[in-house]
Write a protein that binds this ligand. Structure first.
Ligand SMILES: C[S@@+](CC[C@H](N)C(=O)[O-])C[C@H]1O[C@@H](n2cnc3c(N)ncnc32)[C@H](O)[C@@H]1O
Length: 278
């Protein structure tokens, strides 16, 4: 039976709180030690169980980070490698987890720039704050909130990044609309996420893995493109990078915000909660 949006979000929050506790040694029995229990599906080993996210960071980048930030990496890509950040820019990392991408971004934008991390899970925020302090990243600001309602003013961010989080949202239309709202005109996104091949139904995605394991909630490539276009983005690209399950892939999503659009023009698929999942 499909869960409601609120129940699913709470399940996601619980799972990632447990992952954060596993990294700090406070976990009570997921048995995987490093937080990698987040991808519990056999289909999702490429995302979490094999610590795939961590492997996507160059040794040089890992060297810039506290060990706990690397251990807490639960992403499916490396958005800082594609976002082309510049000195002085304001960056927002959606679902910042243990802080790996927000800390790397802070270094890229330098002392005149700002790196915001947004997450809904207290345990992840505490871990990221600890890691940012260890990395002496004074320009990191961690915010508590949900990516469907970003707690920042309109047109206040140059670049939005995110690593394996948008698939976990129960209202993707709201997320894409909020990204467009907070970006300055000409602002850009560099996002890593799981995407399904076009034509894979919601039920088929759910057969390949759970919602909390970053599989069942993945948009298809076409749905991502249509959603971004409806939210006011141009120069959209969804580039598949690696297979995570049959017909499902890690991908890099890039686009530029050029104009505003009304959320009512969002395709229906992005406004569903969790049809066919779990
Ligand atoms: C798969 S982890 C990825 C963490 C981090 N981006 C990384 O690469 O290690 C997902 C993170 O997103 C957060 N998250 C999931 N759904 C969210 C939502 N709707 N709003 C805010 N944070 C959310 C979780 O708390 C968790 O920290």
């Amino acid at each position: 039976m499909a869960s409601s949006g609120n129940e699913l979000r709470e399940e996601v929050r619980r799972r990632y709180a447990e992952s954060a506790r596993a990294v700090t040694g406070e976990g009570d029995g997921c048995g995987c030690g490093s937080g990698s229990c987040c991808a519990d599906d056999s289909a999702a080993t490429a995302i979490g169980s094999a610590r795939f996210g961590e492997a996507l960071y160059e040794a040089e980048q890992r060297g810039e980070l506290p060990d706990a930030a690397v251990l807490a990496s639960l992403g499916c890509g490396n958005p800082t490698a594609v976002a082309d950040l510049h000195e002085g820019e304001v960056v927002l990392d959606l679902g910042s987890g243990g802080g790996i991408d927000v800390i790397l971004s802070a270094t890229r934008v330098g002392p005149t720039g700002t790196a915001f991390g947004l997450d809904m899970t207290d345990e992840m925020l505490a871990l990221a704050r600890h890691n940012a302090r260890e990395a002496e990243a004074a320009n990191v600001h961690l915010l508590k909130g949900v990516i469907e309602q970003i707690p920042l003013p309109a047109a206040s961010v140059d670049v939005v990044i995110s690593n394996c989080v948008i698939n976990l949202s129960t209202d993707k239309a709201a997320v894409l609309t909020e990204i467009a709202r907070v970006l300055v005109p000409g602002g850009r996104i560099g996002i890593s996420d799981v995407v399904a091949e076009d034509g894979l139904s919601a039920a088929e995605r759910a057969e390949r893995g759970s919602f909390v394991g970053c599989i069942a909630g993945a948009l298809s490539k076409g749905e991502y493109e249509a959603g971004l276009e409806a939210a006011g983005f141009e120069r959209i690209s969804v580039e598949v990078t690696h297979r995570v399950a049959d017909g499902m892939h890690g991908a890099i999503i890039k686009a530029v915000k050029t104009h505003e659009r009304d959320v009512r023009s969002q395709p229906a698929m992005l406004q569903q909660t969790a049809a066919g999942c779990c």
